[in-house]
Each structure stands twice: as C-alpha cells, then as structure tokens.
Design a protein around this ligand. Structure first.
Ligand SMILES: [Cu+2]
Length: 162
C-alpha cells in the first residue's frame, strides 16, 4: 500500500512537470539559483556592488558564463544608480601603479567564463546618485551583441572572501 502511494505521487510529480511545459519562466527557480540569471545565451553569476557614498564612485562585479558555441561581447551597461556607468579594465602602469580605463567591448569567448572582479574587469559606477549601503539591491541591464539585454539585480556587500 505504501509503495502504491509512492508510485502515485511520483506519477503526479511528472504530470505536474508535463503540465508546466517549458515556457522559459524562471521565477520558480530554487532559492540557491536565485543569483543566477539566465538568458538563452549567457548566465550572469554572483553579481555584487561594493558599498559607496553619494557622488563618489564604486563598482559592480559579476561573472559572465558563456556556455554557448560562439563568443559574445558586452558593450554597454545601463543603470540609474550612477551618473556614468561603463565597463573598465585594470592595468599596470609603467611605474608599477594600478590604473584603469574604459573599454568599449569586453569579449566573452565561447565555452568560457569572464570574471569581473576587483583589480580586473569591472563595471565602474561614477558619481553615485545615492549612498549604497550593504544589503541594498539595485538593477542593471547588461547589453550583449548576441544575447541582447540581460537584466540583473545585484546586492551591495563588502568584498567577497576569495
Ligand atoms: Cu574603473
């Protein structure tokens, strides 16, 4: 009798999934997937913002995971968090200092990940419109040549332990 009930619940389980179909809806994702925002092309993982104060600068960090067969290019990021939002890279100057500069395009090769992290690639937030304290959440739109626009939500937090 117990086994029969088990069978019925398994059948109901599958019927439920057949009924749902694949409509691309991601809102039923389990909680541990909450920080992964998928499009059909790319996955954005662990987006976070370094805390900052109004009129000053800070940055958005994340991992772009491209498991498709072709390279993609990040060419713009939009947000009302700051007056200027642009993709930057860090580099070493001739006198061994760290500098950073705006880049027009960030390529994400096929079947690979590009990590935007401190001292490396990052999304620079110049002239914050408000204070960003740990725990706050803000949205951004990442623009890719192939994947199109991907909207993400990033949480403000202190630098992650590596
Ligand atoms: Cu920068």
């Amino acid at each position: 009798m117990k086994n029969l009930l088990k069978m019925i619940s398994i059948i109901l389980f599958f019927l439920f999934f057949i009924g749902c179909g694949d409509n691309g809806d991601t809102k039923d994702q389990p909680a541990d997937e909450a920080e992964k925002i998928s499009s059909s092309e790319l996955t954005i993982e662990n987006p976070w913002i370094r805390p900052g104060t109004q009129n000053r600068n800070t940055a958005l960090f994340l991992v772009i995971n491209n498991q498709t067969d072709k390279a993609d290019t990040l060419y713009d990021v939009e947000s009302d968090v700051a007056q200027v939002v642009e993709v930057h890279e860090s580099f070493k100057t001739e006198d061994d200092m760290m500098g950073m500069r705006h880049i027009e395009f960030l390529e994400i090769p096929a079947k690979s990940k590009v990590e935007l992290k401190p001292m490396s690639f990052h999304v620079m937030l110049i002239g914050l419109n408000e204070d960003l304290a740990p725990g706050a959440e803000r949205s951004f739109v990442l623009k890719f040549k192939n994947a199109g626009e991907i909207k993400i939500a990033a949480t403000v937090k202190e630098m992650m332990k590596q």
